[in-house]
Design a binder for this molecule. Structure first.
Ligand SMILES: Nc1ncnc2c1ncn2[C@@H]1O[C@H](COP(=O)(O)OP(=O)(O)O)[C@@H](O)[C@H]1O
Ligand SMILES: [Mg+2]
Length: 445
């Protein structure tokens, strides 16, 4: 963030104030609610959620940083958690809120990091940013040898606010009781988020991630990965090839149905390959993190958030997915236990778990299924089941599933706009079987 942004103390005060106001608003709300009927009570609670979401957006929008980033993720989650429509809408505004860092501050940061004047490091540097996000700002530039690059600059001091921000958000989350979750589960989820965020705050880590993806996909005709320019990289400055292509919105306006289909199938294939085969997932499927060419080839951008999977965990997850696909209820329940998703014996929990897996499997069982046509109502059918699931504390969200399913959800949202037809079951089976064979030592590479 710019050096004129709030100090650590005032940041703490703002977030602390926010937490306090939200917690007490729910207590006040509960007292008043006791005197109302069921319908009115729900309405009043919904209204309170909206007020609080507005408060969160207002405060976090000014703060940038981890709080904003996590707030955005919570907004994404809110869409599938069946929170009141208005709450999702208000939280959704977080995406548009980050204010650009002035060029003078960017110059100062880059020069301090690269230890030379901007004019010596680059042949050209565009003062207007191409993007400002919660953690950093991206500028187009040119290296002395003429290579077009993008330079990402981490916001000033943003890494110092992570723990404070997460603690405040956790308090909001627990205090608001929007979801009834056990403390230990919330702690584990926030630990996972903190781990990913800390990696995202180190651009040398992101540079290493890009190199990994170069190794895997550098020669792959379906997809383009930028090259890193290590001499222009530090923990706070990241320089890579500038990729050409259109953002999703423009692509959707211009592309042929065949190009849209190709882009969608590529994104889906990449997801399953990255998760099951390479166990290294590009886990931030925000539409701004892809560019598309007219034929539907995809450029992958933004390697800050990469989730890696343990060989045996992902094999058990693969077993769970294949059990659901094959209609094997007992198998599913067993493997969900093994991936740490179910602790207990209540039949009600088993029923709702199976209902969820069985419903989620339907598009995979359909042979050819079109994501995004008028018959595709999978999210609407899952929402009430998820609402039922969160009532069982023994159904927990395994830590490793958070970014796996967040990515699946984000990619599904993109595929829905592209409108993509495929045999999703065949795709899942191919890659899940690979993960299982690998864990059982039946493959050498
Ligand atoms: N290599 C690149 N080539 C072209 N545009 C890029 C590249 N990297 C980033 N951008 C643009 O800058 C924006 C922000 O970069 P990104 O890596 O997504 O940063 P953040 O981690 O802050 O989201 C992207 O959404 C994209 O529009
Ligand atoms: Mg991004």
């Amino acid at each position: 963030m710019s050096k004129r942004s709030p100090s650590r103390i005032s940041r703490l005060a703002r977030l602390g104030g926010l937490t306090g106001r939200i917690s007490s608003s729910y207590i006040g709300g509960r007292v008043r609610a006791a005197f109302r009927g069921r319908e009115q009570r729900k309405e009043a609670l919904d209204r309170l959620h909206v007020d609080n979401a507005e408060l969160v957006v207002e405060t976090l929008g000014r703060l940038k940083g981890a709080a904003m980033k996590v707030g955005q993720s919570m907004a994404m989650a809110a869409q599938t958690l069946d929170l009141p429509e208005d709450v999702s809408k208000v939280l959704g505004q977080l995406h548009a809120k980050a204010e650009p860092v002035p060029f003078d501050d960017i110059r100062e940061s880059v020069e301090a990091e690269l230890e030379k004047p901007l004019e010596d490091a680059f042949a050209a540097f565009e003062p207007r940013p191409i993007g400002t996000a919660s953690l950093g700002q991206a500028h187009a530039a040119r290296l002395p040898d003429g290579t077009d690059v993008v330079v990402k600059v981490l916001h000033y001091g943003v890494e110092r606010s992570v723990d404070t921000d997460l603690l405040a958000l956790k308090t909001v989350f627990l205090g608001s009781r929007m979801l009834r979750r056990e403390r230990a589960e919330v702690d584990a989820a926030f630990d996972e988020v903190r781990d990913r965020l800390s990696e995202e705050l180190d651009y040398l880590q992101e540079a290493a991630n890009i190199a990994t993806f170069q190794q895997i996909y550098g020669q792959d005709p379906r997809v383009h990965i930028p090259r890193v320019h290590p001499h222009w990289c530090t923990e706070r400055v990241l320089t890579m090839d500038r990729m050409v292509g259109e953002p999703l919105d423009t692509f959707l306006e211009q592309a042929t149905p065949a190009a849209r289909q190709r882009a969608g199938v590529t994104l889906a294939n990449l997801y399953y390959e990255m998760a099951f085969r390479h166990r290294t997932l590009h886990a931030d499927p925000h539409p701004g993190n892809y560019l598309f060419d007219p034929e539907g080839h995809v450029s992958l951008l933004d390697f800050g958030c990469v989730k890696r999977f343990d060989e045996f965990w992902i094999a058990n997850y693969a077993h769970a997915a294949l059990s659901a696909l094959d209609g094997d209820r007992e198998g599913l329940l067993e493997y969900v236990r093994r991936i740490d998703g179910w602790h207990g014996n209540r039949p009600g929990a088993a029923d709702v778990l199976w209902h969820f897996a069985d419903t989620l499997s339907q598009p995979y069982r359909a042979g050819q299924y079109t994501i995004g046509d008028h018959q595709d109502s999978i999210i609407d059918r899952l929402k009430p089941i998820i609402a039922e699931m969160v009532r069982y504390p023994e159904l927990t969200i395994p830590r490793d599933i958070i970014y796996l399913h967040r990515s699946l959800g984000g990619l599904y949202a993109i595929a829905r706009r592209l409108v993509v037809t495929s045999d999703w079951g065949a795709l899942l089976r191919k890659h899940a079987s690979y993960a299982i064979a690998r864990a059982e030592g039946r493959l050498s590479a």
